[in-house]
Design a protein around this ligand. Structure first.
Ligand SMILES: Nc1ncnc2c1ncn2[C@@H]1O[C@H](COP(=O)(O)OP(=O)(O)O)[C@@H](O)[C@H]1O
Ligand SMILES: [Mg+2]
Length: 279
């Protein structure tokens, strides 16, 4: 798909970031046509029921931020979407794949999904470029030249092309996380799952990671993002979902949910996140 198509289909995204008709940043990859639908999702570990009937969706090209206290089940939910966990009940569809169907082609489904974790898990003995080419070469059977061209394009997207020859330990945490994002993008995913991608980073490197994620959002990627970065959620997310104790308590447009939450539990959580000293 051309950038022009991307631009016209993305009008209206992220109000306040840019005016109508603003030039979209160059991001390798096209607007995603894949969404996620979750209904009646239950998951227990032993007698600990972690997900108690979750219904939520992410439309193609939509950015949804998932917020909630530690232990509320956010990571488990994300892991169920690409079947790193097996749900006990409920259905999940990712584009044309029914993740919860017994006959689902997990390899094909997972190829559509990029996941970025708190810990970036780069191979320490490989260069940045090699970290980004190894999977496309092995799984997509790309030639070295093809994989390197794609990897450099994605590294350029996250502003790190000039560090392609470095080893991960020569990079800051934020730079390593941007490499992890570029690495995920080289597989040409239709859906990106982020699980607290900036929680382990030094504060001064968080901004560049969020900026890379914003760029991806503006390019039209479908994104489900677990984060405590309320500024990012307010600015970039189309919707915010608040989870507590395994249930969706409240969801809505980002500005409304963060600015004017209706449920007492949402109000309490946001008060603690936005005003930790009680001011
Ligand atoms: N693999 C697991 N085995 C047993 N318990 C787990 C496992 N993964 C998560 N849990 C439990 O599930 C609950 C929710 O965890 P999690 O999904 O990580 O929440 P969050 O990401 O919102 O902090 C916690 O009580 C956690 O201890
Ligand atoms: Mg978690």
């Amino acid at each position: 798909m051309s950038q022009n198509q991307n631009q016209s289909q993305n009008q209206g995204r992220s109000a306040g970031l840019e005016g109508p008709g603003a030039v979209r940043p160059e991001v390798a990859g096209a607007r995603s046509a894949t969404g996620v639908t979750i209904s009646g999702l239950h998951k227990s570990f032993g007698d600990n029921e972690v997900l108690k009937g979750i219904d939520m969706s992410v439309a193609p090209g939509e950015v949804v931020c998932l917020i909630g206290a530690s232990g509320s089940g956010k990571s488990t939910l994300l892991r169920c979407v690409n079947r790193l966990e097996n749900p006990d009940a409920g259905t999940i569809t990712v584009g044309e794949h029914e993740a919860t169907h017994p006959d689902v082609n997990l390899d094909a489904m997972r190829r559509q999904i990029g996941m970025v974790f708190q810990q970036f898990n780069l191979f320490p003995h490989l260069s940045v470029l090699e970290n980004c080419t190894i999977t496309p070469r092995r799984v997509l059977r790309q030639s070295t030249a093809e994989a390197e061209a794609e990897a450099l394009a994605q590294l350029d997207t996250v502003g790190l092309k000039h560090l392609a020859d470095r080893r991960p330990d020569q990079l800051s945490g934020g730079q390593q996380q941007r490499v992890a994002i570029a690495r995920a993008l080289t597989m040409k995913p239709q859906l990106m799952l982020f699980d607290e991608p900036t929680s382990a980073l030094d504060p001064e490197t968080v901004g560049d990671v969020l900026a890379s994620m914003r760029k991806l959002a503006q390019a039209g990627m479908t994104m489900l993002v677990v984060t405590h970065e309320m500024g990012f959620a307010r600015e970039v997310a189309d919707r915010v979902v608040f989870m507590d104790q395994g249930l969706v308590v409240e969801e809505g447009p980002a500005a409304e949910l963060i600015g004017d939450p209706q449920q007492p539990r949402t109000q309490d959580f946001l008060r603690r996140v936005l005003h930790p000293l009680g001011e």
